[in-house]
Design a protein around this ligand. Structure first.
Ligand code: NDP
Ligand code: PYC
Length: 339
């Protein structure tokens, strides 16, 4: 059995923050990164937890992200579009900077968008979705990645694993949130399988010759597959259009050209859309939040679970008992702190 030890959320945050500060990140960048990475471990999302620290540090070392960037907010007065220029830093502090203006604008106009440009992005999207639902607004969040996914019917990497997330605020419950890669699995999962010496499930990837493979090494050299065949392929393409081309930022193939590797965090843009359910439902019968509760109850009433339920259960456990880390995880943190 794997040996585990327990660490409090605050202690893990302090350690991850210290690792990034030691690597030259300013307080704004290090703090925002530590918050999403620790949230990933806390919610048992290993593919976007502490495993991501080394990739972020490699990206800093390669000069492909600015560790001391100070993001800039463009309020674009009167418009539904608020912009943050991440100035070549990470996406997370840029999001934190733009959130208050996004929420204020969505409440005033019914909907608003936050565009983040020139950011390095490696994290899960649900922390951002939850920050928006925390303002009693619904959220749609998406971004490209780097070309690693073959479009359905093709055989070469072109689309990114392009995550897509949605959130709906629930006044008396944790929000309804889903957040997924538009590939069958996140690329992080492939890398975790390779590290653990495990074969991939059927249907995740093809090798460099376009043949189905279960070997993570061959899959990393080949292409991943979109989820749901042509449907995931189309949603992945939509994300290239909306969160790449439309916001004047890089698409996944352009990101790969710029980076030359998938071992660094990708540099591109991100699109966050906030919607006010009350504004959209105004003048129509029924309260949108109460009607949504009926829908959720009907889903759960059939024995199905809501997305994020597993994550919220893991969060409650971590908050009560601390976060369980393996000996290898602890060794990784110690090693990075000593570097
Ligand atoms: P999963 O397939 O693990 O989960 C997708 C969503 O479905 C989650 O919200 C999950 O909730 C929910 N879910 C899973 N099983 C069920 C079920 N049986 N019933 C109802 N809901 C269910 O996610 P992925 O592997 O596709 O993605 C993992 C993460 O990777 C995401 O957070 C994503 O943002 C991130 N990512 C980031 C990228 C980037 O470029 N920054 C690129 C690609 C992915 P729960 O968590 O509770 O299980
Ligand atoms: O897991 O697919 C992924 C991913 C790519 C960039 C960040 N996460």
């Amino acid at each position: 059995m794997t040996q585990t030890s327990t660490i409090t959320i605050a202690d893990l945050h302090q350690r991850v923050d210290a690792i990034f500060r030691k690597a030259g990140l300013n307080a704004q960048q290090a703090g925002a990164l530590a918050r999403v990475i620790v949230a990933g471990e806390r919610d048992a999302c290993k593919s976007h937890g502490i495993y991501r620290i080394e990739g972020a540090l490699r990206t800093v070392k390669a000069g492909k992200v600015k560790p001391d960037a100070v993001p800039e907010l463009d309020l674009n007065e009167g418009s539904a579009i608020v912009r943050v220029d991440a100035k070549g830093g990470f996406a997370n502090p840029a999001f934190e900077l733009g959130l208050p203006a996004l929420a204020e604008r969505a409440r005033a106009l019914g909907l608003a968008a936050l565009v983040i440009n020139d950011c390095s992005h490696f994290s899960a999207l649900w922390p951002e979705v939850e920050a928006v639902t925390g303002q009693s607004l619904a959220a749609l969040v998406m971004c490209p990645s780097y070309a690693t996914v073959a479009p359905t019917g093709g055989s070469k990497p072109l689309l990114g694993t392009n995550p897509f997330a949605f959130g709906w605020p629930r006044p008396d419950h944790a929000p309804y949130v889903f957040d997924f890669a538009t590939s069958v699995a996140a690329r992080g999962e492939l890398e975790l399988h390779r590290r653990a010496g495990k074969q991939l499930p059927e249907g995740w990837a093809i090798d460099a010759d376009g043949q189905p493979t279960n070997d993570p090494e061959a899959a990393l050299a080949g292409a991943m597959l979109p989820f749901g065949g042509h449907k995931g392929s189309a949603i992945g393409t939509m994300i290239e259009l909306l969160a790449g081309i439309m916001i004047g930022d890089l698409t996944s193939p352009e990101v790969l050209d710029y980076l030359g590797t998938t071992t660094l965090a990708p540099m591109h843009g991100e699109l966050i859309i906030a919607l006010s359910p009350e504004a959209f439902a105004a003048g129509r019968p029924g309260n949108p939040f109460a009607r949504a509760e009926n829908l959720f109850e009907s889903i759960v009433g059939q024995g199905a679970r809501l997305p994020s339920q597993r994550r919220f259960a893991a969060r409650a456990k971590s908050e009560a008992e601390g976060i369980a880390l393996t000996a290898a995880d602890m060794e990784q943190l110690d090693r990075l702190l000593e570097k």
